[in-house]
Ligand binder design. Structure first.
Ligand code: ZN
Length: 513
């Protein structure tokens, strides 16, 4: 069986999903879990994009052992230097450099001739190679580029030292059979292609990303670039879990396998969903809530008699277990810490203490604490940044025949106490207005979701907000059995991130691959 390398780009392309913004701590949590999942390569970010991105890539490169760590760089000197600075301490550092090759991109975006782009690609690969032996080159928008030109470019970059050539379907345009043909064509015509890894990077604009990746493997590709839950630019990337399980379930057919640790798939999916705030649709293949649920009586009857009648995969194989009561109010700190480890979280002492205090508080009020409750509490602690403003109290007055009013008091990190009162169309609106007024800011509330974490009227409510201020989106989350309190905590967590970011000053001059 042919071994397929799994190149995970959740932290780079996935992080470029609209509305997603991960901080260093969150990226590290995900990287640790990707290492347990046993991916071959982690693309940790695009260091030139912002100082925060560079810092996150550095942290991942220093800590994560096992997978190779990759950083993205345009075919520009500064990009490549910054990428190298970010990954130089990794066990296996890969610089991934790219330039567009389609006439549409060359003409309208880069304003370069084909000859100039080729020259720049060769220069960039040589530059990257001067830092590390591992260099990946991508011809951006390859699937809309001339095949003859691609042969020239890939042959030249291999001669310049590229060890992986990537064929991105940047805009999700190609169809499966064409993809297979393209890979076969490149394998036949590119000089030196037998010495390098052949990679594909498929986007899901037409819902074909996984199919295109699988057909590329059939055509001879040896690496797939993908993300957990298929998150990414626009309609997203090929979903890691779908490719991996297709190769597993239909191994005989594909004659290819990955080294993924299947047991970690479900946990990774949950962690990424929690930390990015990108919910997984219930009918999502492999990791959706309904992926192993049988509704029809005939199906249920069949599965009870023999699971194989209606299931092609065993849910337990990917680490999905019955959601049982895990901990109760008498559980100790040790059991709590161990359960979190099982769920894929690694908390600092301070975070653990805070999370444990929240757990105890919840356990006093709620009989059954589920894994989902724990995940909610913990991901909230992890996503929190330095609390520049802390909620002291919120008091609301609302009803159907009253003007909703909120009084909020915050404690600032400098010891100051801030207080504000406002009215609004409802208690959340009033509380948000009170906070904005006292801080003298007016971010746009782009998105607000409230979901109940388990059944019952006493359930934990989780609020996820996205605010837009200072030309950037900030995600905040908060949970409480009181939905107004959860809403205020979510808003404050986003505002704290915004206040924190003001200390950094990110550059914005970059494009995505
Ligand atoms: Zn992409």
């Amino acid at each position: 069986m042919k071994k397929i390398l799994v190149f995970d780009t959740t932290l780079r392309d996935g992080e470029q999903s609209p509305g997603v913004a991960l901080n260093v701590h969150e990226k590290l949590e995900i990287a640790r879990q990707l290492a347990r999942l046993n991916v071959d390569i982690i693309e940790a970010g695009f260091p030139i994009a912002s100082p925060g991105d560079a810092e996150a890539v550095k942290a991942v490169a220093r800590e994560i052992k096992g997978p190779a760590i990759c950083a993205l760089a345009r075919a520009k000197e500064k990009d490549i230097e910054v990428a190298w600075e970010s990954i130089r301490y990794a066990e296996t550092p890969i610089i991934h450099t790219f330039i567009a090759t389609s006439d549409i991109h060359l003409k309208h975006k880069l304003r370069l001739s084909r000859e100039q782009a080729l020259e720049q690609a060769v220069w960039a690969v040589k530059k990257a190679k001067s830092f590390t032996p591992y260099v990946e080159f991508s011809a951006e928008d390859a699937t809309r580029s001339s095949w003859e030109y691609l042969v020239q470019v890939y042959s030249a970059v291999i001669e310049a030292g590229a060890t992986t050539i990537n064929i991105p379907d940047t805009v999700g345009y190609i169809t499966p059979l064409e993809m297979k043909e393209l890979i076969e064509y490149l394998l036949k015509n590119v000089k030196g292609v037998e010495k390098v890894t052949i990679s594909v990077h498929c986007h899901n604009d037409l819902g074909l990303a996984v199919a295109n990746s699988l057909l590329a493997i059939q055509g001879g590709a040896t690496q797939v670039e993908c993300t957990i839950n298929g998150i990414g630019e626009r309609a997203g990337n090929a979903a890691l879990e779908e490719i991996v399980m297709a190769l597993h379930v239909r191994g005989e057919f594909f004659q290819a396998q990955t080294d993924i640790n299947y047991q970690e798939i479900y946990r990774t999916s949950r962690l990424v969903s929690q930390l990015t705030g990108m919910l997984v649709q219930p009918n999502k293949a492999v990791v959706g809530d309904n992926a192993f649920a049988h509704e029809s009586g005939i199906h249920q009857d069949g599965v009870l008699k023999e699971r194989l009648t209606y299931e092609i995969m065993d849910a337990r194989l990917i680490g999905r277990q019955e959601k049982v009561l895990v901990l109760g109010k008498h559980s100790g700190r040790h059991a709590f810490a161990k359960k979190l480890e099982e769920l894929g979280y690694h908390l600092s002492e301070e975070e653990l203490n805070k999370a444990f205090a929240r757990f105890k508080q919840l356990a006093d009020q709620k009989k059954h604490i589920t894994e989902a409750d724990l995940e909610t509490i913990v991901s909230e602690e992890i996503t929190k940044q330095e609390e520049i403003y802390q909620l002291d109290f919120v008091h609301v007055c609302s009803g159907n025949n009253i003007l909703p009013t909120a009084t909020v008091r915050l404690k600032a990190a400098d010891g100051q106490t801030l207080e504000g009162v406002a009215t609004g169309v409802g208690p959340v609106d009033a509380a948000y207005k009170a906070i904005s007024k006292m801080l003298g800011i007016s971010p746009d509330l782009v998105n607000f979701t409230l979901q109940s974490i388990s059944g019952g009227t006493e359930a934990l409510g989780e609020v996820l907000v996205r605010i837009f201020g200072d030309e950037k989106v900030y995600v905040g989350r908060g949970s409480s059995q009181d939905v107004v309190v959860a809403s205020v905590m979510a808003y404050l967590s986003a505002i704290n991130k915004m206040a924190q970011e003001k200390k950094l000053n990110p550059q914005k001059d970059y494009q995505e691959s």
